[in-house]
Ligand binder design. Structure first.
Ligand code: EPZ
Length: 432
């Protein structure tokens, strides 16, 4: 058995320019939506990630021919295939639930189980199932699997209890195949929803209001595959800005959409970074010691995103003063804090609140990623820390970051991805 680790030697500024990858959280629903289209869908700027490979596997099983060449993915539905997603594919990622709406839209029946993904506390799918029921889907449990059938999907009024991203996407994808109009109230407003609606409209769908709280979908239009470029990844963009903020230096991003990350750049500016945009290039500079940000609360878009919470907490570890972060979206999204403590941070977590008392500096440590953004936060802290950090459990990072080590390398970061056998790792921890 071998294991990859990232070895980061921190404590020096990051300087350079990078291009932001395509958004994982948009590419995955777009791939699922391609199941609804006749003819060929060509998606550009699809990041090369393990979650994308898992989505390709699911599509192939559902009867699509899904091929990837670099960052371009071509998908064509063959007209027949399974309506079931095996347990192993469901467990591979949370986004496997994104296939519920498209499979029902295409085949009127779907069998699946609970999805996997990052452990951020309970992540139920009750709202997905409730919305499908409202559209006429019958749902029962059979031998631990969720069996969904519908004679037809019908458009209806759906009011979400909370603005869930995944439920909004599933409803949109089912509703484009439904009879009549669906009015979705209290919809999520994330840019990935806008990207999905834009893609589907380009295929022939009739969706208005995406990006606002009420989305109206007029179902029944035939959908034909199209060529489309996935939006840039706003959380990857924030990750590299946070690394520049934590380590100091100057980080320039090509292809980021400043409006998508405004709630994050505002916090970084409040902490003392300078952020400018010129000619489509967003640049963060940090020279002096950062200052604490008294209070940050994670909220649905356009407010501060839960996905950036761990990243900003890594930045604030060395900011002068006390910062409070309150996580309101997920129950258990402070699992990265243990690693930051190992690196010398002073953080107290109580329920959904973390109190960060800034320390003058961090030091390297041997740590393991706990989840995707938590792992990225550890890397951000490692670039700021003096000495060497070994970051393990990289499968979490591989789910969401394309060429993570190479990207930091091009910012001048001292980082290597190394492969060790179990024996070598054991010797290392014994100091041999
Ligand atoms: C999406 O997850 C993202 N994933 C997550 O990205 C992100 O953290 C999250 O939205 C919030 O922005 C993808 O887009 C693939 P939700 P999703 O449904 O759709 C509760 C990352 O790091 N809820 O908006 O699963 C849920 O428990 C990640 O890239 C129910 O109660 O999130 C949570 O508290 C991880 N019942 C809240 O809603 C349901 O049926 C928001 O979750 C569904 C959700």
């Amino acid at each position: 058995m071998t294991e990859d680790i990232l070895r980061i030697r921190g404590g020096k500024p990051l300087c350079g320019e990078i291009t932001v990858q395509g958004a994982k959280n948009s590419a995955l629903p777009l791939m699922a939506a391609a199941l609804l289209c006749d003819g060929e869908t060509v998606l550009h700027r699809v990041p090369q990630l393990s979650d994308v490979y898992a989505a390709s596997r699911i599509l192939n099983r559902l009867g699509c021919r899904c091929r990837a060449e670099g960052n371009t993915v071509t998908i064509r539905y063959s007209g027949s295939g399974s309506y079931e997603i095996p347990d192993a594919d469901m467990r591979a990622m949370r986004s496997s639930i994104m296939f519920l709406g498209p499979i029902l839209g295409r085949m009127r029946r779907c069998t699946l189980s609970m999805p996997g993904g990052c452990e951020l506390g309970p992540r139920p799918i009750d709202l997905h199932l409730a919305a499908m029921r409202q559209m006429g889907v019958k749902i029962r449990e059979e031998e631990g699997r969720i069996v969904c059938t519908a004679e037809k999907l019908r458009g209806t009024g759906i009011r979400l209890k909370l603005p869930s991203v995944g439920v909004t996407e599933n409803v949109i994808m089912a509703a484009v195949c439904a009879e009549g109009e669906t009015v979705l109230i209290n919809a999520a407003r994330e840019p990935e929803i806008v990207d999905l609606a834009r893609f589907l409209n380009q295929c022939g769908a009739k969706i208005t209001g995406a990006g606002e709280s009420t989305v109206v979908i007029s179902g029944g239009s035939p959908l034909t595959g199209t060529e489309y470029a996935v939006m840039p990844d706003r959380i990857a963009a924030v990750t590299y800005l946070c690394a520049g903020a934590a380590a100091g230096g100057s980080v320039s991003l090509h292809g980021a959409v400043p409006a998508h990350i405004e709630s994050c750049t505002q916090v970084l500016e409040a902490a003392g970074c300078s952020i400018t945009e010129q000619g489509g290039v967003l640049t963060l500079k940090r020279t002096d010691r950062l200052k604490a940000v008294p209070y940050i609360e994670t909220m649905p878009y356009p407010e501060f995103p839960t996905d950036a919470q761990a990243l900003i907490s890594a930045v604030l570890c060395t900011a002068k003063g006390r910062s409070i972060i309150e996580e309101t979206i997920f129950d258990s999204r402070f699992r990265h804090v243990g690693a930051l403590l190992e690196m010398g941070a002073d953080i107290r977590v109580s329920g959904k609140k973390a109190e960060i008392n800034g320390v003058p500096g961090l030091h390297g440590a041997a740590v393991a990623a706990t989840d995707l953004r938590g792992g990225a936060a550890m890397a951000v802290a490692a670039f700021a820390a003096e000495g060497e950090t070994d970051l393990r459990a990289l499968h979490h990072l591989d789910r969401g970051y394309e060429h993570f080590a190479e990207t930091f390398h091009s910012l001048g970061g001292d980082v290597r991805r190394c492969r060790f056998s179990a024996k070598e790792r054991e010797n290392q921890s014994l100091g041999a």
